[in-house]
Write a protein that binds this ligand. Sequence first.
Ligand code: ADP
Ligand code: MG
Length: 303
Amino acid sequence: MKIAVLSRNPELYSTRRLLEAAQQRGHDALIINHANCYVVMEKGLTSVHSTLQDVGQVDAIIPRIGASVTFYGSAIIRQFEMQKVFTTLGSLALVRARDKLRCLQILAKADVDIPRTAFAKHPRDIQSIIDQVGGTPLVIKLLEGTQGLGVVLAETKTAARSVMEAFYGLDANILVQEFIKEAKGADIRAFVVNGKVVGAMRRQGQEGEFRSNLHRGGSGELIKLTRAEKAMAVKACDALGLKVAGVDMLPSARGPLVIEVNPSPGLEGIETVTGIDIAGKIIQYVEENIGNTEGRKKDKIGV
Ligand code: ADP
Ligand code: MG
Protein backbone atom coordinates (compact mmCIF):
# COMPACT_ATOMS: atom_id res chain seq x y z
CA MET A 1 0.00 0.00 0.00
CA LYS A 2 1.26 3.50 -0.77
CA ILE A 3 1.06 5.71 2.29
CA ALA A 4 1.97 9.41 2.30
CA VAL A 5 2.82 11.35 5.42
CA LEU A 6 1.89 14.97 4.83
CA SER A 7 4.61 16.93 6.57
CA ARG A 8 6.65 20.04 5.96
CA ASN A 9 9.73 18.67 7.69
CA PRO A 10 11.16 15.20 7.04
CA GLU A 11 13.53 15.63 10.01
CA LEU A 12 10.78 15.82 12.62
CA TYR A 13 10.58 12.87 14.99
CA SER A 14 6.88 12.24 14.24
CA THR A 15 7.42 12.32 10.48
CA ARG A 16 10.42 9.97 10.67
CA ARG A 17 8.64 7.54 12.96
CA LEU A 18 5.52 7.32 10.78
CA LEU A 19 7.61 6.75 7.67
CA GLU A 20 9.68 4.12 9.43
CA ALA A 21 6.63 2.36 10.90
CA ALA A 22 4.95 2.23 7.47
CA GLN A 23 8.10 0.83 5.84
CA GLN A 24 8.60 -1.71 8.62
CA ARG A 25 5.11 -3.00 7.95
CA GLY A 26 5.95 -3.47 4.28
CA HIS A 27 4.36 -0.37 2.77
CA ASP A 28 5.63 2.01 0.17
CA ALA A 29 5.88 5.20 2.24
CA LEU A 30 6.69 8.74 1.19
CA ILE A 31 6.57 12.26 2.56
CA ILE A 32 4.52 14.86 0.76
CA ASN A 33 5.10 18.45 1.76
CA HIS A 34 1.57 19.84 1.74
CA ALA A 35 2.87 23.40 1.72
CA ASN A 36 4.46 22.67 -1.68
CA CYS A 37 1.30 21.16 -3.14
CA TYR A 38 -1.27 22.96 -5.18
CA VAL A 39 -4.73 21.99 -6.34
CA VAL A 40 -6.48 22.25 -9.66
CA MET A 41 -10.24 22.18 -10.15
CA GLU A 42 -12.47 22.07 -13.15
CA LYS A 43 -15.92 20.68 -13.77
CA GLY A 44 -16.07 17.18 -12.29
CA LEU A 45 -12.33 16.99 -11.68
CA THR A 46 -10.04 17.84 -8.80
CA SER A 47 -6.37 17.00 -8.43
CA VAL A 48 -3.34 17.64 -6.23
CA HIS A 49 0.05 18.50 -7.73
CA SER A 50 3.47 19.59 -6.67
CA THR A 51 6.13 21.14 -8.85
CA LEU A 52 8.80 19.67 -6.60
CA GLN A 53 7.70 16.06 -6.35
CA ASP A 54 5.42 13.46 -7.85
CA VAL A 55 2.39 13.18 -5.58
CA GLY A 56 0.85 10.60 -7.93
CA GLN A 57 -1.60 8.01 -6.67
CA VAL A 58 -1.53 7.24 -2.96
CA ASP A 59 -3.81 4.90 -1.00
CA ALA A 60 -3.76 6.81 2.27
CA ILE A 61 -2.50 10.03 3.76
CA ILE A 62 -1.40 10.72 7.32
CA PRO A 63 -1.57 14.50 7.63
CA ARG A 64 0.73 16.27 10.11
CA ILE A 65 -0.44 19.84 9.77
CA GLY A 66 1.25 22.59 11.77
CA ALA A 67 -0.90 25.27 13.37
CA SER A 68 0.45 28.00 11.10
CA VAL A 69 -0.75 26.24 7.93
CA THR A 70 -4.12 24.90 9.04
CA PHE A 71 -6.07 26.63 6.28
CA TYR A 72 -3.78 25.54 3.46
CA GLY A 73 -3.29 22.06 4.91
CA SER A 74 -7.05 21.53 5.22
CA ALA A 75 -7.52 22.49 1.55
CA ILE A 76 -4.94 19.90 0.47
CA ILE A 77 -6.49 17.19 2.68
CA ARG A 78 -9.94 18.02 1.29
CA GLN A 79 -8.63 17.50 -2.20
CA PHE A 80 -7.30 14.05 -1.30
CA GLU A 81 -10.64 13.24 0.37
CA MET A 82 -12.44 14.15 -2.83
CA GLN A 83 -10.22 11.71 -4.65
CA LYS A 84 -11.35 9.06 -2.15
CA VAL A 85 -7.92 8.70 -0.59
CA PHE A 86 -8.17 7.44 2.99
CA THR A 87 -6.99 9.99 5.55
CA THR A 88 -6.26 9.63 9.25
CA LEU A 89 -7.33 13.25 9.68
CA GLY A 90 -10.40 14.70 8.01
CA SER A 91 -10.18 18.26 6.73
CA LEU A 92 -13.28 19.29 8.69
CA ALA A 93 -12.12 17.65 11.91
CA LEU A 94 -8.78 19.46 11.58
CA VAL A 95 -10.44 22.84 11.23
CA ARG A 96 -12.83 22.16 14.11
CA ALA A 97 -10.10 21.13 16.51
CA ARG A 98 -7.66 23.91 15.64
CA ASP A 99 -10.01 26.70 16.57
CA LYS A 100 -10.19 26.55 20.36
CA LEU A 101 -13.58 28.26 20.40
CA ARG A 102 -15.23 26.02 17.83
CA CYS A 103 -13.70 22.98 19.50
CA LEU A 104 -15.08 23.88 22.95
CA GLN A 105 -18.49 24.80 21.51
CA ILE A 106 -18.71 21.34 19.93
CA LEU A 107 -17.41 19.56 23.05
CA ALA A 108 -19.84 21.38 25.34
CA LYS A 109 -22.74 20.53 23.05
CA ALA A 110 -21.65 16.88 23.04
CA ASP A 111 -21.73 16.80 26.87
CA VAL A 112 -17.97 16.59 27.30
CA ASP A 113 -16.78 18.21 30.53
CA ILE A 114 -14.72 21.35 29.94
CA PRO A 115 -13.67 24.27 32.16
CA ARG A 116 -16.36 26.95 32.13
CA THR A 117 -15.43 29.22 29.23
CA ALA A 118 -16.66 32.53 27.81
CA PHE A 119 -16.09 34.28 24.51
CA ALA A 120 -16.84 37.95 23.92
CA LYS A 121 -15.63 40.76 21.73
CA HIS A 122 -16.60 44.00 23.43
CA PRO A 123 -14.81 45.54 26.44
CA ARG A 124 -18.27 46.32 27.85
CA ASP A 125 -18.67 42.59 28.56
CA ILE A 126 -15.43 42.18 30.53
CA GLN A 127 -17.01 42.32 33.98
CA SER A 128 -19.80 39.95 32.99
CA ILE A 129 -17.50 37.31 31.58
CA ILE A 130 -15.16 37.49 34.56
CA ASP A 131 -18.22 36.75 36.71
CA GLN A 132 -19.43 34.04 34.31
CA VAL A 133 -16.23 32.01 34.73
CA GLY A 134 -16.31 32.35 38.51
CA GLY A 135 -14.06 35.38 39.02
CA THR A 136 -10.28 35.37 39.29
CA PRO A 137 -7.85 33.74 39.00
CA LEU A 138 -8.84 32.99 35.41
CA VAL A 139 -7.13 31.96 32.20
CA ILE A 140 -7.14 34.00 29.00
CA LYS A 141 -6.33 32.20 25.74
CA LEU A 142 -5.70 33.35 22.21
CA LEU A 143 -7.96 31.30 19.93
CA GLU A 144 -5.16 30.01 17.75
CA GLY A 145 -2.25 29.77 20.17
CA THR A 146 -0.26 26.54 20.57
CA GLN A 147 2.52 25.18 22.76
CA GLY A 148 1.36 27.27 25.70
CA LEU A 149 2.09 30.55 23.94
CA GLY A 150 -0.92 32.83 24.12
CA VAL A 151 -2.21 31.33 27.39
CA VAL A 152 -2.19 33.80 30.27
CA LEU A 153 -3.07 33.37 33.94
CA ALA A 154 -4.67 36.50 35.39
CA GLU A 155 -4.59 36.32 39.18
CA THR A 156 -6.58 39.44 39.97
CA LYS A 157 -9.55 41.28 38.46
CA THR A 158 -7.32 44.25 37.65
CA ALA A 159 -4.88 42.00 35.78
CA ALA A 160 -7.70 40.17 33.98
CA ARG A 161 -9.32 43.42 32.92
CA SER A 162 -6.11 45.00 31.62
CA VAL A 163 -4.99 41.90 29.69
CA MET A 164 -8.44 41.53 28.13
CA GLU A 165 -8.55 45.22 27.21
CA ALA A 166 -5.13 44.88 25.60
CA PHE A 167 -6.18 41.86 23.52
CA TYR A 168 -9.48 43.47 22.49
CA GLY A 169 -7.54 46.62 21.56
CA LEU A 170 -5.39 44.49 19.24
CA ASP A 171 -8.51 42.89 17.77
CA ALA A 172 -7.33 39.49 18.98
CA ASN A 173 -9.92 36.78 19.61
CA ILE A 174 -9.67 35.39 23.13
CA LEU A 175 -11.34 32.84 25.35
CA VAL A 176 -11.75 33.50 29.05
CA GLN A 177 -11.72 30.36 31.14
CA GLU A 178 -12.19 29.20 34.68
CA PHE A 179 -8.76 28.46 36.23
CA ILE A 180 -8.50 24.86 37.41
CA LYS A 181 -6.18 25.21 40.37
CA GLU A 182 -6.44 21.55 41.43
CA ALA A 183 -4.48 20.67 38.28
CA LYS A 184 -1.41 22.20 39.98
CA GLY A 185 0.37 22.89 36.71
CA ALA A 186 -0.19 19.37 35.37
CA ASP A 187 -2.37 17.94 32.65
CA ILE A 188 -3.03 14.59 31.03
CA ARG A 189 -2.34 13.82 27.37
CA ALA A 190 -4.32 10.86 26.11
CA PHE A 191 -3.35 9.63 22.66
CA VAL A 192 -6.36 8.25 20.83
CA VAL A 193 -6.27 6.09 17.71
CA ASN A 194 -9.54 4.95 16.20
CA GLY A 195 -11.70 5.26 19.31
CA LYS A 196 -9.15 3.82 21.76
CA VAL A 197 -6.62 5.40 24.11
CA VAL A 198 -3.32 3.84 22.99
CA GLY A 199 -1.03 5.73 25.36
CA ALA A 200 -1.17 8.39 28.04
CA MET A 201 1.13 10.61 30.02
CA ARG A 202 0.94 13.19 32.74
CA ARG A 203 2.73 16.42 31.98
CA GLN A 204 3.94 18.64 34.79
CA GLY A 205 4.93 22.26 34.22
CA GLN A 206 8.19 23.63 35.54
CA GLU A 207 8.29 24.96 39.12
CA GLY A 208 6.10 28.07 39.30
CA GLU A 209 4.55 27.49 35.84
CA PHE A 210 0.84 26.72 35.42
CA ARG A 211 1.31 25.58 31.81
CA SER A 212 2.40 21.97 31.48
CA ASN A 213 3.40 22.08 27.79
CA LEU A 214 6.62 20.17 27.08
CA HIS A 215 7.61 23.12 24.87
CA ARG A 216 7.41 25.33 27.97
CA GLY A 217 9.82 23.10 29.87
CA GLY A 218 7.24 20.66 31.25
CA SER A 219 8.13 17.01 31.77
CA GLY A 220 6.13 13.89 31.02
CA GLU A 221 5.61 10.73 33.06
CA LEU A 222 3.73 7.53 32.44
CA ILE A 223 0.27 7.24 33.98
CA LYS A 224 -2.59 4.82 33.87
CA LEU A 225 -5.83 6.56 33.06
CA THR A 226 -9.03 5.98 34.97
CA ARG A 227 -11.97 4.58 33.09
CA ALA A 228 -13.61 8.03 33.23
CA GLU A 229 -10.55 9.70 31.74
CA LYS A 230 -10.34 7.17 28.90
CA ALA A 231 -14.04 7.49 28.16
CA MET A 232 -13.83 11.27 28.14
CA ALA A 233 -10.88 11.30 25.73
CA VAL A 234 -12.68 9.02 23.30
CA LYS A 235 -15.91 10.99 23.60
CA ALA A 236 -14.06 14.23 22.79
CA CYS A 237 -12.55 12.67 19.64
CA ASP A 238 -15.89 11.29 18.55
CA ALA A 239 -17.53 14.68 19.04
CA LEU A 240 -14.98 16.32 16.75
CA GLY A 241 -14.74 13.52 14.20
CA LEU A 242 -11.07 12.88 14.99
CA LYS A 243 -9.57 9.40 14.59
CA VAL A 244 -6.00 10.17 15.61
CA ALA A 245 -5.63 12.88 18.23
CA GLY A 246 -4.04 13.99 21.47
CA VAL A 247 -6.65 14.89 24.04
CA ASP A 248 -5.51 17.21 26.83
CA MET A 249 -7.40 16.99 30.10
CA LEU A 250 -7.07 18.75 33.43
CA PRO A 251 -7.74 16.76 36.58
CA SER A 252 -10.25 18.74 38.63
CA ALA A 253 -12.37 18.35 41.74
CA ARG A 254 -15.34 17.51 39.49
CA GLY A 255 -13.43 14.97 37.37
CA PRO A 256 -11.38 15.29 34.19
CA LEU A 257 -12.00 18.36 32.02
CA VAL A 258 -10.98 18.49 28.37
CA ILE A 259 -9.09 21.66 27.48
CA GLU A 260 -8.02 20.90 23.96
CA VAL A 261 -7.79 18.23 21.32
CA ASN A 262 -4.73 18.24 19.12
CA PRO A 263 -5.37 16.99 15.57
CA SER A 264 -1.64 16.51 14.78
CA PRO A 265 -0.25 15.36 18.12
CA GLY A 266 3.52 14.91 18.40
CA LEU A 267 4.83 11.37 18.83
CA GLU A 268 8.16 12.03 20.49
CA GLY A 269 6.95 12.83 24.02
CA ILE A 270 4.32 10.11 24.17
CA GLU A 271 6.48 7.35 22.63
CA THR A 272 9.43 8.22 24.85
CA VAL A 273 7.39 8.32 28.04
CA THR A 274 5.23 5.27 27.36
CA GLY A 275 7.62 3.14 25.30
CA ILE A 276 4.64 2.31 23.07
CA ASP A 277 4.94 2.13 19.28
CA ILE A 278 2.24 4.74 18.61
CA ALA A 279 3.38 5.24 15.00
CA GLY A 280 2.82 1.51 14.43
CA LYS A 281 -0.69 1.79 15.87
CA ILE A 282 -1.48 4.60 13.43
CA ILE A 283 -0.24 2.54 10.47
CA GLN A 284 -2.28 -0.42 11.72
CA TYR A 285 -5.35 1.83 11.77
CA VAL A 286 -4.63 2.83 8.16
CA GLU A 287 -4.27 -0.83 7.15
CA GLU A 288 -7.63 -1.70 8.70
CA ASN A 289 -9.40 1.11 6.91
CA ILE A 290 -7.84 1.39 3.54
CA GLY A 291 -10.44 2.03 0.90
CA ASN A 292 -12.89 3.07 3.59
CA THR A 293 -13.97 6.63 2.93
CA GLU A 294 -17.38 6.11 4.49
CA GLY A 295 -16.40 7.76 7.76
CA ARG A 296 -16.90 11.22 6.36
CA LYS A 297 -20.39 10.49 5.16
CA LYS A 298 -21.36 9.41 8.66
CA ASP A 299 -20.10 12.71 10.04
CA LYS A 300 -23.28 14.30 11.32
CA ILE A 301 -21.73 16.95 13.52
CA GLY A 302 -22.69 19.55 10.98
CA VAL A 303 -20.55 22.46 12.20
P1 ADP B 1 -1.97 25.43 24.04
O1 ADP B 1 -2.77 25.14 22.82
O2 ADP B 1 -1.12 26.62 23.88
O3 ADP B 1 -1.25 24.19 24.54
P2 ADP B 1 -3.81 24.99 26.27
O4 ADP B 1 -5.22 25.41 26.33
O5 ADP B 1 -3.55 23.54 26.11
O6 ADP B 1 -3.06 25.84 25.14
O7 ADP B 1 -3.10 25.50 27.59
C1 ADP B 1 -1.72 25.29 27.85
C2 ADP B 1 -1.51 24.73 29.26
O8 ADP B 1 -1.97 25.64 30.25
C3 ADP B 1 -2.28 23.45 29.52
O9 ADP B 1 -1.58 22.31 29.09
C4 ADP B 1 -2.48 23.48 31.03
O10 ADP B 1 -1.35 22.97 31.70
C5 ADP B 1 -2.61 24.97 31.32
N1 ADP B 1 -4.02 25.38 31.35
C6 ADP B 1 -4.79 25.65 30.27
N2 ADP B 1 -6.04 25.98 30.62
C7 ADP B 1 -6.09 25.93 31.95
C8 ADP B 1 -7.12 26.16 32.93
N3 ADP B 1 -8.34 26.53 32.57
N4 ADP B 1 -6.80 25.99 34.23
C9 ADP B 1 -5.55 25.61 34.63
N5 ADP B 1 -4.54 25.39 33.77
C10 ADP B 1 -4.79 25.53 32.44
MG1 MG C 1 -2.19 22.39 24.95
